[in-house]
Design a protein around this ligand. Structure first.
Ligand SMILES: *Cc1c(COP(=O)(O)O)cnc(C)c1O
Ligand SMILES: [Zn+2]
Length: 417
């Protein structure tokens, strides 16, 4: 496709089927015609290794685009509102609560639309412009809606966002504000996703997580790259990851392993742990039952951002969890809000439900001795609590006083926590 924006990079080879390895040209396609396996971007790592180094990365922009040697599109025309290079914060207090010494919090709630989804959409929307799409679309469990609407606005594209009808208002407003066509589907995510797959076949839209999925998912690798770079060019002993479709989980792993292959880090001995809420835990369930595939469920969870009952990347996530020596946790529903509250109380970070799932899973893994006190662990805090305010209602109880010292002394004094 001819375009003034074309900046095909020499290191991007093809799309390759993850199941049967058949190759396809770099186009907006996502499924293997032969075996229906998912397509993935493949790179010429020899070419990459000639251009990339710790130094070249460190001198790049302070966004995920510093890693564009390992992305399917270059940074020259990037749709860049600042996704990536979020803080990696060493835990002071939470680690102590759990009897651990080295806990790191990767705070992806600090992204431009307050979730990790800005990473995937920044890459997918840039690729969509290169392919000369005019419409940027997505089907979202919540956070993707805001990320797509914002990047579409920045790119000057029309945007079309599908969400399940029961979404939190923070996520609806957090998408609507950027002016997309916002479609609330009466049904759950999996139903909306099926609808969008049908719609997408007929029209020329860049559906970031359907026909653009091979490019979209590559954006998640940058989370792995940043963790390694921010730890001083090494991989941690453990990573605890909230899982919805499983894409992020597989790509964090891919990112770390690419860094090792390119000699940017010494090796990867990271154990990858899946965290899911009880009301939607098909991947964790399959792991614990020893299955290679997830059995689809109908989600019923407060962690709506993770409510995918039929996760596309379950098979690959399960394989990585096992190969890496990781495990899987099913977090009881009441521990989702508890995890959110605990992180806020101990570290001053307000995360959404997915982060609550991660924190509670970390507690479980420490308690069970899966993560040992001397080992390093990174917990992925993937979204911001201001989008799921409802969950914190039980904890909100201000003391009401008259504007007088007497009233303060009578009602508050001595109750400062
Ligand atoms: C989308 C999302 C995830 C995980 O997404 P995958 O579909 O598994 O890649 C995790 N946390 C939050 C907050 C999300 O929005
Ligand atoms: Zn195939």
């Amino acid at each position: 496709m001819a375009s003034e924006r074309v900046n095909y990079l020499p290191h991007v080879q093809s799309l390759r089927c993850r199941a049967c390895s058949r190759e396809y040209p770099v186009e907006p396609v996502y499924v293997c015609d032969f075996c229906f396996g998912p397509l993935e971007v493949s790179y010429d790592y020899e070419a990459v290794s000639r251009s990339i180094s710790r130094k070249s990365i460190e001198s790049g922009p302070h966004t995920l685009w510093r890693y564009d040697d390992l992305l399917p599109v270059g940074r020259e025309y990037a749709v860049d509102i600042g996704a990536g290079m979020t803080p990696l914060i060493r835990s002071n207090n939470l680690a102590g609560e759990f009897g651990l010494h080295e806990v790191w919090l990767k705070n992806d709630s600090a992204n431009p639309t307050w979730s990790f989804k800005d990473r995937v959409v920044s890459v997918a929307s840039t690729k969509a412009l290169e392919f000369e799409f005019e419409v940027l679309a997505c089907v979202s469990t919540g956070n993707l809606a805001g990320a797509t609407a914002a990047h579409g606005a920045r790119a000057g594209m029309k945007t079309l966002v599908f969400v399940p009808g029961d979404l939190e208002s923070g996520k609806i407003v957090g998408a609507a504000v950027y002016g997309p066509t916002l479609v609330a589907v009466k049904g759950n995510y999996d139903q909306a996703n099926r609808l969008c797959s049908e719609l997408g076949d007929e029209r020329r839209w860049a559906f970031v997580n359907i026909n653009m999925r091979p490019y979209y998912s590559e954006g998640s690798k940058t989370l792995g790259y940043e963790i390694a770079e921010q730890l001083g060019w090494k991989a941690p002993d453990h990573i605890v990851t909230p899982v919805a479709s499983g894409s992020m989980f597989t790509k964090v792993w891919k990112g770390l392993n690419e860094f090792a292959e390119l000699g940017l880090i010494d090796g990867v001995n990271t154990r990858m742990h899946v965290a899911q809420p009880e009301g939607c835990s098909p991947v964790s369930r399959a792991f614990l039952d020893g299955h290679t595939h997830a059995r689809p469920v109908v989600p019923d969870t407060v962690a709506k951002s993770l409510a995918i009952g039929d996760p596309a990347d379950a098979f690959y996530a399960l394989r990585i969890a096992r190969e890496s020596g990781g495990t899987a946790v099913i977090v009881p529903e009441h521990e989702v809000a508890e995890g959110m509250k605990l992180l806020a109380d101990t570290e001053g970070i307000f995360t959404e439900t997915a982060g609550g799932v991660t924190v509670s899973a970390l507690r479980r893994l420490a308690k069970d001795g899966v993560i040992k006190p001397g080992e390093s662990v990174v917990a992925l805090i993937t979204g911001n609590g201001l989008k799921t305010l409802e969950l914190m209602d039980p904890y909100v109880d201000p003391v009401s006083i008259d504007p007088t010292v007497e009233s303060f002394d009578a009602n508050v004094d001595g109750r400062v926590s």
